[in-house]
Write a protein that binds this ligand. Structure first.
Ligand SMILES: Nc1nc2c(c(=O)[nH]1)N[C@H]1C(S)=C(S)[C@@H](COP(=O)(O)OP(=O)(O)OC[C@H]3O[C@@H](n4cnc5c(=O)[nH]c(N)nc54)[C@H](O)[C@@H]3O)O[C@H]1N2
Ligand SMILES: Nc1nc2c(c(=O)[nH]1)N[C@H]1C(S)=C(S)[C@@H](COP(=O)(O)OP(=O)(O)OC[C@H]3O[C@@H](n4cnc5c(=O)[nH]c(N)nc54)[C@H](O)[C@@H]3O)O[C@H]1N2
Ligand SMILES: [Mo]
Length: 925
């Protein structure tokens, strides 16, 4: 910053400089002078309503609010003059009058200022105190402590753009309200807790009483849930996490969602596995069976670590000896750190001797990665999410970020609210984001290629192609052009269900804008034509040149907190770390040198192929760390059959999962908050998660367990911790060569590609060339391929599976997080109200949903955002597992399953859970 840009003014008699746009209060604080303030808070728009920050300005008749006032050159400001101080004190005293006897928060800013200003009580009568509102399990509302500073209103409306909190009534009746004055728990509040984080008095406080606790320790770490990669602080008391607050990380700017803020207590759940377990002899693995709610561990006996590890490794060795190394496979975890994922794939490749190693990315963005590698030579995002603020047009397709990437969604909403960005939402369902969209295209499920080819047709035929970009930076354009000529909007309208005029408008808007960015999710990727869907998105960006600049590009929103990193470090069957193909001679030679063992040159099997091979008896043994395929794989009857037929199954998890039910040996591992390691978010930002609490009982670090298995397979490993593993990874991976552990600790986050210690990292890539052999992007045309299983007379409806805000995937973590489970305690199926009426049911009734593969019963939820003829089910409920219904048909390129589409029928009636031996909410004591 050039000091001459500063405005010099006098503060309390001393000359100080203010930066352009900086308010007096902010400049003062930078120079060590704290002016009292309550309604002002960093990160929120200054509102100037509380007047606690008034200062006296030489020559001005009235006092000025220093949070809103910028200084002028030579201005003389006094924050400590008798007049200013007495006004500040008066404000604090007036506010104190209404306060409850005892404070609602240990960090009560009003009482802190009262003390600093020497205000000990209030001479004024208080107003009548409103009763507490405990209707939201996450947030305690105690408005007797509210000072009406409206920080919560701004946080809710302007930061998170949830528009729930308002300010209503007049005079002494004025107060904050939720929606139309509803109890908070019945309002549209999504419990992100941004209001709690900014509340100065604890009028809005964590529901568990944490505002009154003094933490023993605060540990800066990250969120264990999604790929956004929010940074946060764990507040630890008596060895337990009691509270979480957002930290100013590059991907979250202090914001969190309900899971990050309130989903922290699953590691302390009473059902944590605390000792190794070995299956009792003679207890069969029944693929149709379920965990016994009364005694889930009935089939197992406790064992020492020594015995369990020997048993685990001996089983693997026996299978290698009897059936060969390719009879083994491993599923690693995208919930664990980069170091864990790296060691896991190294163990499978060098200890088992096979490339049969994969993880949930296969069910996730596998198709996106295949299409991106083919098209632009890199599977990662071109631009960070935060770039939406530089975009004129943002396309969100097949993604529900308000639910699944809530903090990323806030940046999209902020950009729209600013008025500079238009949002185009393409999703068969009308999700919450539709409210913020200039266009919502509720197209028919499964018709992405028809829709996107129609847009390409308009661009190609209306002269909207960026000819220069196409000529200089791409290849194969002619083939695309020829192909899309057959896909006019008029021809596609009846197929995708969107009228031709809208298709034309949207195509023009995307193509003509100065900067357009596309973000997508599982609605695009989880189809038998997932790769084709993504090819179309890539083509859109290429023919319009909407890539390689800020606010443009392609962003597949990554799901798990470390799915980007796990893939980068080689937890996939076809690639070594940094996406070097296992069938590439040079690549293999490189890793044989580094790891000191001969490596297999055949790509291994993928997730669903491994399960198929287990069913067919070709895979005999598996090591599953941090995944729950019995719940997350398609057609779970088939998946469970595969798991049950294994001769030897090692499961390493936090809980007794549906997958562990089939295990021969169970190894109790460490949760996110119990370990230190690096994690890579959806933006390619590498960050550190730090250990806040210790694993319970005999549960151990995943990194330690993986190494102990490796040693027993004859590998000579002795990594002293994540840092040593990271150093090895870094030496093998040019993409992160410039990221040292020290640098990560120092800077808190570094974006890759990062070639050297002085490289700042590259948030926006493909600016000049693509990392393909030719340096150009390859455009690949696609044609319409229908879903594998279409509705028919027997199964007339489409089943869409996906997620809901409070729960994580298979529910193993979030259904054991008390607040999250309290908000969403039971399985539901969302149905259009008219379809509900059609089957004679009402919201709240039990419905039975049946496909050719299975049947579940759940509670009906009426949702007019669901397209008629479809139903939506989240896959997190063990007692109504959606994957009992889904189809395991695969995309031929990416081997991703068609989790977003299969045929079902629905009838009224059924008993939730009973059929599978569960009582609703009866999960094990
Ligand atoms: N709360 C929560 N957040 C999560 C997760 C979680 O389990 N819970 N999981 C994380 C993970 S691993 C992932 S991958 C992400 C996933 O995040 P998303 O991709 O947002 O996930 P989904 O809810 O599975 O599906 C997204 C949308 O696809 C739409 N869709 C259905 N059929 C079609 C179709 O034919 N075409 C198109 N274009 N769209 C269709 C659905 O209506 C749905 O709104 O979320 C991450 N975040
Ligand atoms: N029907 C349907 N099915 C789907 C999808 C869909 O949209 N619809 N989406 C698919 C997608 S995108 C994904 S990503 C997958 C996710 O599928 P999974 O990865 O199988 O699901 P999670 O529930 O996240 O499983 C993580 C497991 O790891 C455990 N765990 C958590 N932290 C740790 C740790 O630090 N160490 C160890 N050892 N264990 C840990 C948890 O207890 C849990 O059992 O599901 C897929 N399945
Ligand atoms: Mo995912």
């Amino acid at each position: 910053m050039n000091p001459s840009d500063e405005i010099v003014f006098k503060l309390d008699g001393r000359p100080v400089g203010a930066r352009p746009g900086e308010a007096i209060l902010q400049a003062a604080r930078r120079h060590g002078v704290e002016i009292p303030h309550l309604c002002y808070r960093d990160g929120l728009r200054p509102d100037g309503n509380c007047r606690a920050c008034v200062v006296e300005i030489e020559g001005e008749r009235v006092l000025a609010a220093s949070c809103c006032r910028t200084p002028g050159e030579g201005m003389e400001v006094r924050s400590d003059s008798p007049r200013a101080r007495s006004a500040q004190r008066m404000v604090v005293e007036l506010l104190l009058a209404d306060q409850p006897e005892t404070s609602r928060s240990r960090d009560d800013e009003l009482r802190q200022w009262a003390e600093r200003l020497g205000v000990s009580g209030s001479r004024f009568p208080g107003r009548e105190a409103p009763p507490p509102d405990r209707s939201n399990p996450a947030i305690a509302v105690q408005l007797d402590a509210c000072i009406q500073c409206t920080r919560c209103v701004r946080a809710c409306r302007e930061t998170q753009v949830n528009d729930v909190i308002g300010y209503a009534y007049r005079g002494s009746h004025a107060r904050i309200v939720f929606d139309q004055g509803d109890p908070m728990g019945l309002s549209s509040c999504v419990s992100c807790g941004e209001c709690v984080q900014v509340c100065p008095t604890g009028a809005l406080a964590p529901g568990n009483g944490a505002a009154l606790l003094e933490a023993d320790r605060r540990v800066d770490s990250g969120c264990p849930y999604c790929g956004v990669g929010c940074q946060l602080t764990y507040h630890v008391k008596d060895g337990k996490i009691v509270k979480v607050t957002g930290r100013d990380g590059p991907a979250n700017h202090g914001r969190l969602c309900v899971k990050g803020r309130y989903g922290f207590d699953y590691p302390a759940h009473r059902q944590r596995l605390t000792q190794p377990l070995i299956r009792k002899p003679g207890i069969a693995k029944d693929p149709q069976g379920e965990l016994d709610p009364a005694d889930p561990l009935a089939a197992f006996r406790p064992a020492s670590w020594e015995e369990a590890l020997d048993f685990a490794a001996d089983g693997l060795k026996r299978i290698i000896a009897e059936h060969g190394k390719h009879a083994l496979a491993g599923f690693g975890s995208a919930k664990g750190s980069n170091e864990e994922a790296y060691l896991f794939q190294k163990l499978v490749r060098t200890g088992f001797g096979t490339n049969n190693v994969d993880h949930c990315t296969r069910l996730c963005h596998a198709s996106s990665v295949v299409a991106l590698l083919e098209g632009v030579g890199s599977g990662a995002v071109s631009n960070p999410v935060a770039d939406v603020q530089h975009a004129e047009v943002v396309v969100v397709i097949g993604s529900n970020p308000i639910v699944n990437h809530p903090v990323a969604a806030t940046f999209i909403k902020n950009a729209v609210k600013k008025g500079t960005t238009q949002l185009i939402l393409m999703d068969p369902r009308r999700t919450e984001l539709a409210r913020h969209a200039a266009y919502h295209l509720p197209f028919r499920p499964d018709s992405d290629v028809a829709l996107l080819n129609a847009l390409l047709h308009v661009i190609v035929t209306e002269g909207l192609v960026d000819e220069e970009f196409v000529r200089l930076r791409t290849e194969n354009y002619e083939a695309l052009k020829q192909n899309v000529l057959a896909y006019s909007p008029e021809a596609m309208a009846p197929i995708c269900g969107i009228d031709a005029r809208t298709l034309r408008e949207v195509a023009r808007l995307y193509a003509r804008s100065r900067a357009s960015m596309i973000l997508w999710g599982m609605g695009v990727s989880q189809h038998v034509h997932g790769t084709d869907n993504v090819r179309c998105l890539i083509a859109l960006a290429m023919v319009t040149g909407q890539i390689g600049r800020p606010g443009t590009g392609l962003h597949p929103l990554r799901g798990q907190n470390n799915v980007q990193g796990a893939s980068d470090v080689g937890l996939i069957p076809m690639c070594f770390p940094d996406y070097l193909r296992v069938d590439d001679e040079a690549a293999r030679a490189k890793f044989e040198r580094l790891w000191g063992v001969p490596l297999d040159g055949q790509p291994g099997l993928t997730v669903v192929e491994i399960i198929d091979a287990a069913c067919a008896g070709r895979i005999k043994g598996m090591y599953i760390e941090g995944e729950n395929p019995a719940m997350s794989d398609p057609n779970s009857n088939h998946a469970r059959e595969g798991l049950a037929s294994l001769e030897h199954l090692i499961v390493q998890d936090l809980f007794m999962t549906e997958t562990a039910y089939f295990a021969d040996v169970i190894l109790p591992a460490s949760a996110y908050a119990e370990k230190t390691g690096t994690f890579t978010n959806t933006d390619r930002i590498v960050q550190i998660g730090r250990q806040a609490v210790t694993p319970p009982g005999e549960a151990r670090q995943d990194l330690w367990i993986i190494q102990e298995i490796a040693r027993r397979l004859g590998l000579d490993w002795n990594y002293q911790g994540p840092r040593e593993v990271f150093e090895e990874m870094r030496s093998a991976m040019p993409s992160i060569a410039g990221i040292s552990w020290e640098r990560l600790e120092r800077e808190g986050h570094v974006t890759y590609p990062c070639a050297s210690e002085t490289d700042p990292g590259q948030p926006v890539i493909f600016t000049e060339r693509f990392p393909t052999p030719s340096g150009r992007a390859r455009i690949v045309p696609a044609d319409i391929i229908p879903a594998d299983e279409r509705p028919d007379a027997d199964y007339p409806l489409v089943l869409i599976t996906g997620r809901q805000l409070e729960h994580w995937h298979t529910g193993s973590m979030t259904r054991r997080a008390s607040v999250l489970d309290a908000i969403e305690p039971a399985p539901t199926v969302s149905v259009h109200p008219l379809d509900l009426e059609g089957i004679g049911a009402e919201a709240g009734d039990v419905l039975t949903v049946e496909s050719r593969r299975g049947r579940i019963a759940l509670f009906a939820r009426a949702d007019d955002g669901i397209p008629r003829g479809s139903v939506f089910i989240p896959f997190c409920y063990y007692e109504a597992a959606a994957n009992r219904l889904t189809n395991q048909a695969l995309d031929p390129y990416a081997k991703i399953a068609e989790l977003k589409y299969c045929a079902v029928r629905v009838r009224k009636g059924g008993t939730v859970g009973r059929e599978f031996g569960y009582q609703l909410r009866g999960r094990v004591a």
